[in-house]
Design a protein around this ligand. Structure first.
Ligand code: ADP
Length: 380
């Protein structure tokens, strides 16, 4: 891969991709309108290739060829190409501008009435049908995966009853308040982080009543000096009750991802999460299966978003995308619980790669405007 200070341009990337042929469709990736969500940041390049899901398993060589073509451009430091299901017409959506304008507008309803958070591009929720499925572990590694793409990322711990971000990000101490009204977020691993856990003693029992929970969330969202962010990841409280619903309503969410274990997918807890976001007009970007399989260290990573069975099929039945699977591995538990999440402590591991792949898919969906499509719920 080429290195150096050469500035990489969108035109150069499109030119390189214009030389990659999709033999089956008889044309190149650009000419066929298959490229969307192209993002350039300091030599890091990310884009999605929109394909017919039926062809998915056979397209890994095409994805690799596209990455290789772009990697050869002088100045390119990293390339991430993800396959995404094309949206009907096959036309590529125009790339949204960076920063505050990057948040896709919701088509109407409650979302469009919410005030955006100044300077913050897309806000996404990480939610789960119940506790203990690895939602916070996923949230922190997803946030770090997005940062690894070269994005400016914030992490808001909205799990007010059981904040885990101080522990998982390895951050201690109280946030500064420069003016006595607003708070500066804490920072580690390139993430800006805010959690109620920074403000209260970990041992203090929290008997919060609904209205207090709401005001705490809105303060952490709006009274924190987040600065300019491409993405903010919100770690929601587990579950799908009224408190979670009201919180989802308060935040101008561009989308939500649902974390689920295989058992929860079977028990339909994931469906409850989908329904909750549907009620408040928040597009569900997809499901992440956590503790998906037991990981043998010799197996290598898995990138088979299209070719894997169970959970993906279930996600399809539920009418939303399957974003990826994370194995059950002691390394993931030890690193997240000790404040050194695996994406930063073992960036070359297959697990870190899996989280980065999920992050790339999430970002590509946000950028390509796929987010606002309402999930289709299948009632059986
Ligand atoms: P939640 O936010 O859903 O309550 P956590 O993220 O706090 O769940 O995870 C619960 C426990 O499971 C933590 O100890 C965490 O380190 C561990 N854990 C989460 N995901 C994995 C995984 N893929 N492999 C191993 N341990 C995991």
């Amino acid at each position: 891969m080429a290195t150096g200070r050469t500035t990489v341009t969108e035109a150069a990337v499109r030119e390189a991709l214009g030389k990659v042929q999709d033999d089956e469709r008889g044309g190149d990736l650009v000419g066929l309108g298959m490229i969307s969500g192209l993002t350039l940041r300091d030599g890091h390049v990310l884009f999605s290739i929109e394909v017919d899901p039926q062809r998915g398993p056979a397209l890994e060589p095409l994805r690799q060829a596209a990455e290789k073509a772009v990697a050869a451009i002088p100045g390119v430091l990293s390339v991430t190409a993800v396959l995404t299901a094309h949206r009907g017409s096959g036309a590529a959506a125009p790339a949204a501008p960076q920063g505050a304008q990057a948040r896709p507008a919701a088509p109407g309803g409650a979302q469009s009435r919410k005030l955006p958070v100044t300077g913050v591009g897309s806000i996404i929720a990480v939610a789960s049908g119940k506790g203990g499925v690895g939602k916070s572990t996923t949230a922190v590694n997803l946030a770090l995966g997005l940062a690894a793409l070269g994005l400016k990322v914030g992490l808001l711990d909205a799990d007010i009853y059981g904040p885990s971000m101080p522990r998982m990000t390895g951050i201690t101490g109280k946030p500064n308040s420069p003016d006595g009204k607003s708070l500066d977020p804490k920072e580690n691993y390139g993430l800006k982080v805010m959690s109620i856990g920074f403000l209260i003693d970990e041992e203090t029992p929290m008997i919060w009543r609904g209205p207090m929970v709401q005001s705490a969330l809105s303060q952490m969202l709006r009274d924190v000096n987040w600065g300019t962010l491409d993405v903010m990841v919100v770690d929601m409280p587990p579950g799908t009750g009224d408190a979670q619903l009201t919180m989802a309503q308060q935040v101008p969410l561009a989308g939500a991802v649902i974390v689920s274990t295989p058992q929860d997918i079977a028990l339909l807890d994931a469906r409850k999460g989908l329904n909750m976001f549907r009620k408040v007009d928040v597009p569900v970007l997809g499901i992440i299966e956590n503790m998906s399989y037991f990981c043998c260290p010799n197996c290598g990573h898995r990138t088979d978003i299209f070719s894997h069975g169970g959970a993906r099929a279930e996600a399809e039945k539920l009418g939303c995308d399957f974003l990826g699977e994370i194995p059950l591995d002691i390394a993931i538990r030890e690193t997240s619980d000790s404040g050194h999440p695996i994406v930063v402590s073992a960036p070359d591991s297959p697990h870190a790669e899996a989280y980065r792949g999920i992050a790339a898919r999430v970002w590509a969906k946000l950028r390509s405007g796929a987010g606002p499509v309402a999930p289709r719920i299948v009632i059986e």
